[in-house]
Design a protein around this ligand. Structure first.
Ligand SMILES: [Zn+2]
Length: 288
């Protein structure tokens, strides 16, 4: 084996071991602070926030916000995107809203985002990645004039990062799970953050919370809540479905009885007609 490959492998193994060693130190430190820390942690979670962030290794939500495990429910992907058909993210949102009863959803982007930078360029980064980044290209397309008005390349990237967070916040507003929660009176709030890697600070983006009400009406889905479903099943303006069915069945029975009665009467008429004919035939045959 090439000497260089051996040396690189040893280096990689050392890096890998360093992470596991770090875990041991972390456990020891936590147990020194609270001997029951992990026992308590294992009993369950009741996070108050759902954070959708970038997978970028420089933007770890708990560390940046000085929060502990159990406090933030987290979903991360490249460039913190909220794609309407993303099954993974939608499951996370549904679990967070409907089961963990989380009222605050945060979309956190960051400056110097590689995903945003790649979306601004024309070089392909691979089939699936190009498809993924198309979502950011759509945001760029919409705001190209503003983005290109900045001279500095980093400013352009950071401007798009901010606009991207806003676009993803809007996608959450349009999400059927969130729409349903709002209709049920669950006050889910959606926030947009930009983590500035160069300063360490998180900037809260000013996004008008009134905007959801001004969204195109097609996004404001109408749901039949469980209580309404039950109500419509038992009581309807024209009577319950069960009663309607009973009425229809009774009408059908009446029609069948009338029909059979009519058939019988027709048969009797026919027989009488036949008898008359036979009688007439007998009478006439006497003449033969
Ligand atoms: Zn990023």
């Amino acid at each position: 084996m090439n000497q260089q490959i051996v040396s690189n492998s040893i280096q990689e193994i050392n890096h890998y071991n360093r992470v596991l060693e770090g875990n041991k130190r972390y456990v020891a430190k936590k147990l020194t602070e609270d001997p029951n820390y992990f026992v308590t942690l294992s009993k369950g979670q009741s996070p108050k926030y759902l954070l959708i962030g970038c997978s970028d290794s420089r933007a770890p939500p708990n560390e940046l916000t000085e929060t502990d495990p159990g406090e933030i429910f987290i979903h991360r992907n490249i460039a913190n995107l909220v794609i309407p058909t993303d099954l993974n993210l939608n499951c996370v949102i549904q679990y967070a809203v409907e089961h963990l009863h989380i009222h605050n959803i945060v979309v956190m982007g960051h400056t110097c985002c590689g995903g945003v930078k790649a979306a601004m360029a024309q070089d392909s980064v691979g089939g699936l990645l190009d498809l993924w980044l198309n979502q950011i290209k759509l945001v760029y397309e919409k705001h190209a004039d503003l983005i290109e008005s900045f001279v500095d390349e980093n400013d352009k990237v950071n401007c798009l990062s901010q606009l991207n967070v806003r676009a993803q916040v809007m996608n959450i507003w349009k999400n059927p799970i969130v729409q349903k929660a709002w209709q049920k009176g669950n006050p889910v709030m959606v926030h947009g953050w930009l983590f500035r890697v160069e300063t360490g600070y998180i900037e809260e983006l000013l996004i008008d919370q009134q905007t959801p009400e001004e969204m195109c009406k097609v996004y404001a889905l109408k749901f039949k809540l469980e209580s309404e479903k039950q109500l419509s099943k038992h009581v309807s303006p024209t009577g319950s479905p069960k009663n309607n069915a009973k009425k229809r069945f009774q009408n059908m029975q009446r029609k069948i009885i009338d029909h059979i009665k009519q058939l019988k009467e027709n048969k009797i008429d026919d027989q009488e007609g036949e008898n008359k004919e036979i009688g007439g035939f007998i009478e006439s045959s006497k003449d033969l």
